[in-house]
Design a protein around this ligand. Structure first.
Ligand code: NAD
Length: 381
């Protein structure tokens, strides 16, 4: 916890009426720029320590993500540890997410939750019955569209940089290129369809057979999850879970670029150095997948202002303005990444290191977006 300079870690535990034991961990990495905003994962973990490691790395990633996207939020994340012996259909989601909402309420808005792997909009609606610190209930919606749009911008920037087009966007860098996509979930599916629309060839893998069947029906080539990472392709697009590129497989990769939505794709920072030596261009995950954070943060802020004004619905003009602002910021992922690639090239440092240094500099600088010093709490009350 100290090595990551985590601000706080909160642990909660409850036994349900059916005697199921649930635990939740909320990690707050840094709230210098504002209250922490980050998704809630709901998964069975093999070991509690793995859940701690996951939530702390993810929380740090959220701080870096907000800093590089110039979003006035801090970094935080939550995990709910599911007992392994309960089949999904026996899970009392209403009980679980009501309890999680009560846990959040105790943190007084220091942490705003959202969807992540294993959670859905309906779960966030349940959380919203207990607390207003939720950024992807149905009044705001699923951030996956925004995340996927940002990933597409990031892949464009990576392809343009790789093609040596440093100053202007190429017309369509996707056409004729091959993309190996791991995970066809909320984000991966949208990314796959967009790439296909732009003329790219898709090789994909998902552990869910139904998703593979749907992809195959659209002409995507399906391979096993194990072999996906070592497919010969232009761009490897990780859109499942983290830690997938590690010392044992990094030398087997046969791609020119890695650019996808999954958080914490590299097992550790040493992998970024190896990728650099192998001339594989890596788009740092927290930069390329910031679209969802941008969307959730700006929509949440708009909802809070709405509540503060005593209105029930955002009018069409303001709604259009917010959408335009979100889109403009998501388009900015292209130039942010391009600038990081260029800085890495000029400084002879690996790309991940350059991105980390920029994020750390912004987090430690005196910039606090709220002159009161408490951060931009967006309080509606
Ligand atoms: P999701 O749960 O909807 O999709 C993940 C998909 O990966 C599922 O279809 C699952 O079956 C598949 N999968 C799991 N293990 C796999 C494996 N070993 N091989 C192949 N497929 C596998 O999640 P999502 O919302 O699409 O998010 C995907 C990743 O992007 C996650 O790492 C998430 O943290 C990150 N992310 C998501 C968002 C967002 O807006 N949803 C924002 C930022 C980052």
């Amino acid at each position: 916890m100290q090595s990551m300079q985590m601000q706080a870690v909160h642990c909660f535990q409850i036994t349900s009426p059916e005697q199921h034991e649930y635990r939740a961990i909320i990690a707050l990495h840094n709230t210098n720029l504002g209250p922490a905003l980050g998704g809630c994962r709901c998964l069975p973990y093999d070991h509690e320590q793995l859940a701690f490691d996951d939530v702390m790395r993810l929380a740090q990633g959220m701080s870096y993500k907000a800093a590089l996207a110039n979003i006035p939020q801090g970094g935080g994340k939550a995990v709910i540890l599911l007992p392994k012996n309960i089949p999904a259909e026996q899970l009392d989601r209403h009980f679980l997410f009501s309890w999680f909402g009560q846990c959040l309420e105790q943190l007084n808005g220091q942490y705003i939750t959202a969807m992540d792997v294993g959670t859905q909009v309906s779960d966030m609606d349940t959380v919203a019955q207990q607390t207003r610190h939720v950024a992807s209930a149905s009044n705001i919606g699923d951030p996956a569209d925004a995340t996927a749009e940002g990933v597409i911008e990031g892949i464009k920037a990576s392809l343009d940089f790789d093609l040596n087009i440093h100053s202007a966007r190429s017309v369509n860098p996707f056409v004729g290129k091959s993309f190996a996509i791991q995970g066809l979930g909320h984000v991966g599916w949208r990314v796959a369809k967009a790439i296909q629309h732009w003329g790219g060839h898709i090789i994909a893998a998902d552990t869910d057979e139904e998703k593979c069947r749907q992809a195959q029906a659209l002409g995507m080539k399906i391979v096993s999850s194990d072999s996906l990472l070592v497919q010969s392709c232009d761009v490897l697009v990780p859109c499942a879970l983290g830690g997938i590129i590690h010392a044992d497989n990094v030398n087997e990769l046969r791609c020119r670029i890695i650019a996808g939505s999954a958080n914490n794709q590299l097992a550790d920072n040493s992998i970024a150095e190896i990728l650099d030596q192998k001339n594989i261009l890596y788009a740092p995950d927290y930069v390329i997948n910031a679209g969802g954070l941008i969307f959730a943060s700006m929509q949440y802020k708009a909802q809070c202002q709405l509540l503060a004004n005593g209105s029930e619905k955002i009018n069409a003009t303001i709604d259009k303005q917010i959408t335009e602002q979100i889109n403009a910021k998501i388009l900015g992922i292209y130039s942010t990444l391009m600038s990081i690639f260029q800085q890495a090239q000029y400084s002879h440092k690996n790309i991940n290191l350059v991105a980390n240094e920029i994020a750390q500099q912004r987090l430690s600088s005196e910039i606090n977006l709220d002159p009161s010093g408490k951060g931009d709490v967006y309080d509606a009350a």
